[in-house]
Ligand binder design. Structure first.
Ligand code: NAD
Length: 293
């Protein structure tokens, strides 16, 4: 049976490294500052924002929270972003998604100063990643990559299959794996014979949003499986979180697999803190934490 990749423990070590580096910056009068903007009252978003704030403070950084009503206009939101772009005590700006329907998400994401774009969603950072330049890299795929490199060392030449092509996870994941010299296949909802495509993968990343879509017999024996999915389902009268991979059958075939919860999820916030530190270091021209981005 597969080894279970402990993302929770690995995330704790990433956070500790970030906190240690922040403490070293100590004699600078300014610590890294992260601003999180939350528009509306989506319950899942509230939980994420609370956790981000808590872990930001625990890492010794400054946390600023901007909470806006669900009826906030796009121009009002853009004004907050402009203010934070100009604020020298803020090094990272994150707009929590999803945004309410009256707001154009892409326009808002592209209003964030690319140097402070710790989510890596600005078109400039997307382009930089795609062209091999220093970029801010989206947190969830960055966390997946850290787990893969920790497990496998060099990824060069390996067959990687990414299921899902969202701007947030699938596409940047594929770019990162390409950067590591994998042979990358991106599968999605229109892929023919998904099971057969998945069976090629030495590295399989599932970022689909479909509970337990990927079955054990879709997995190449010994493969490393990264399950990004977070799906809440009702089962046996209980509410529980499951991934995009059918864990019970996958664990019989894979070489290693991330659990849900406790796999990719904790890595995402750890990478947000690492990205905030990276943004600070680039803005202040001080050495970056090795291996962060
Ligand atoms: P999304 O809905 O934006 O994209 C899903 C992708 O999966 C699409 O590209 C679509 O083509 C593909 N897809 C959908 N159904 C498919 C099918 N039946 N077969 C093949 N491909 C299919 O989702 P997202 O934002 O990329 O998130 C994916 C999952 O990851 C969700 O469960 C989400 O909750 C989770 N997620 C987790 C984290 C984390 O921190 N761990 C972060 C972001 C997203």
């Amino acid at each position: 049976t597969a080894d279970i990749i402990d993302g929770k423990a690995f995330a704790a070590t990433v956070r500790a490294r970030v906190a240690a580096r922040v403490a070293e910056l100590g004699d600078n009068e300014m610590v890294p500052g992260l601003a999180v903007i939350l528009v509306g009252d989506d319950p899942a978003s509230q939980v994420y924002v609370r956790n981000k704030r808590k872990q930001t403070i625990e890492a010794g950084m400054r946390s600023e929270e901007v909470r806006l009503g669900a009826d906030t206009s796009e121009s009002e939101l853009l004004q907050h972003i402009a203010r934070l772009n100009a604020d020298p005590t803020i090094h990272g700006i994150l707009v929590q998604l999803p945004l309410p329907p009256q707001i154009d998400t892409l326009r808002v994401l592209d209003a964030v100063d690319p140097a402070k774009d710790v989510d890596g969603f600005h078109v400039t950072n997307v382009g930089r990643l795609a062209t091999g330049q220093a970029a801010m890299v989206p947190c969830t795929p960055l966390g997946c990559l850290m787990l893969l490199k920790d497990r496998l060392g060099s990824l060069a030449g390996r067959e990687a299959v990414v299921v899902g092509r969202s701007n947030i996870v699938g596409k940047p994941m594929a770019q990162l794996l390409l950067r590591e010299n994998c042979t990358v296949t991106v599968a999605h909802s229109r892929t023919r014979d998904l099971a057969e495509v998945c069976r090629r993968a030495e590295i399989l990343v599932a970022a689909v949003g479909q509970p337990r879509l990927v079955k054990g017999d879709w997995i190449r024996p010994g493969a490393t499986v990264i399950d990004v999915g977070i799906n809440r389902i009702e089962e046996d009268g209980k509410s529980r979180l499951v991934g995009d991979v059918d864990f019970a059958s996958a664990i019989e075939v894979a070489g290693a697999i991330t659990p849900v919860p406790g796999g990719v999820g904790p890595m995402t916030i750890a990478c947000l803190l690492a990205n905030t530190l990276t943004a600070y270091c680039r803005l202040h021209d001080v050495p970056e934490l090795a291996g962060a981005a």
